[in-house]
Design a protein around this ligand. Structure first.
Ligand SMILES: [Fe+2]
Ligand SMILES: [Fe+2]
Length: 368
């Protein structure tokens, strides 16, 4: 399977990219757009802005006195997600598997590193969202959207703050950003078309993040992490709604060629998030040589489509709401069908999101 081999090679090659010790520069496309039309004419965005102002919270609202046992959290999450041996036998049975001889100690470390790696990518993704949202304030042409986006800048700063604090105070620091995630954020940020930054960040990256937060929230009983995720998810649900509301209007005015470009961008971003976020840094820390990782990942991916699909449970319905699924000749519907995620097109979560918001508001009031 040469295509798959080439792709894994390119992912591993990218993983050697360095983004600098303490900073990473990306050219940011797009012009700063002033508007002199201050009339509040978009009711949906206006309501979202009012809600965002009312539901602000503070990182200090969380109970940081809770002690966290990383091993217990990681083991318990793996157990709830599919039994204590979830994934273990599949990975161990592959020919030449580097994990075949692992005992409980190695598996325990692997689970801890994996938890840390996931939370680290959440952290870096949140910083990506912070920077993209700051750009959106400048580039979106409508005053209602500028107002709302400014509240999201504050939200994202708070999300960076809580994930960084959790990793530093309760776990063992953080992994560097996954190069593929950084490259995707770079592309989203450097595109000159304001709606691509919007769609890439608010629909695709945030849509996937919201689903990933949801699984972690479901599969952890660690009270601080659960509370942190619940607060962050309540904000994220609003962010995805912001993207959907704004782009629905804009996409109605685009022609067929322009829509196809958006469909292709959405699909490419989906594939990159599905296939390319390999935990190379975790394997490195587990002492597995890169050549072994390459062979192992190749074999693992040839036989699996097992756990990624649910991550699309937010992305597919939102692409549908934007009209991207069926526009033109239904190109994106066809592509999502091919990768086995079309079943999520009508996945509803409005009720869950409302419940989250209510729960967070109630917590906040109780704390006052
Ligand atoms: Fe966020
Ligand atoms: Fe967000």
């Amino acid at each position: 399977m040469p295509a798959l081999e080439a792709e894994i090679d390119s992912i591993l090659a990218n993983s050697r990219l360095r983004f600098g010790e303490v900073s990473h520069a990306t050219a940011r496309g797009g012009t700063a757009d002033f508007t002199w039309d201050y009339e509040r004419s978009r009711d949906g965005l206006s309501r979202l802005y009012e809600k965002a102002k009312r539901t602000q919270w503070n990182a200090n609202d969380l109970d940081w006195s809770i002690d966290v046992d990383a091993e217990k959290v990681a083991t318990q999450m793996a157990t709830l997600a599919g039994g204590p041996g979830a994934g273990r036998s599949i990975m161990a049975e592959i020919d030449g598997s580097p994990v075949a001889k692992w005992g409980d100690r190695e598996w325990s470390q692997f689970r801890i590193e994996t938890l840390n790696w996931r939370l680290s990518q959440f952290l870096h993704g949140e910083q990506g969202a912070l920077i993209c949202t700051a750009k959106i304030v400048e580039t979106v042409p409508w005053i209602d959207a500028k107002y709302y986006a400014s509240t999201q800048v504050m939200d994202e700063a708070r999300h960076v703050e809580v994930f960084a604090r959790y990793l530093d105070e309760k776990l063992d620091g953080h992994f560097p950003v996954n190069p593929e995630l950084q490259l995707l954020i770079d592309d989203v940020l450097s595109d000159n078309r304001w709606d691509i930054t919007y769609m890439g960040m608010q629909i695709m990256i945030e849509g996937l993040a919201l689903a990933a937060f949801g699984f972690m929230h479901m599969f952890t009983e660690e009270p601080l992490l659960k509370q942190l995720l619940r607060y962050v998810m309540a904000d994220e649900a609003r962010h995805v709604a912001f993207g959907t509301l704004s782009l629905q209007e804009y996409y109605q005015g685009l022609d067929g060629k322009e829509i196809r470009e958006r469909q292709e961008f959405a699909f490419e971003a989906a594939l990159r998030m599905r296939d390319r976020l390999l935990m190379v840094q975790v394997w490195d820390k587990m002492g597995v040589p890169e050549a072994t990782v390459r062979e192992f990942l190749l074999r693992l991916r040839q036989g699996q489509a097992w756990f990624q699909a649910p991550l699309f449970s937010k992305i597919v319905p939102n692409c549908k709401k934007l009209g991207l699924l069926d526009a033109g000749d239904g190109w994106l519907r066809q592509k999502f069908t091919e990768i086995g995620v079309i079943e999520y097109e009508d996945h509803g979560d409005a009720q869950l999101d409302v419940e989250l918001l209510d729960a967070v508001t109630a917590d906040r009031l109780a704390a006052q």
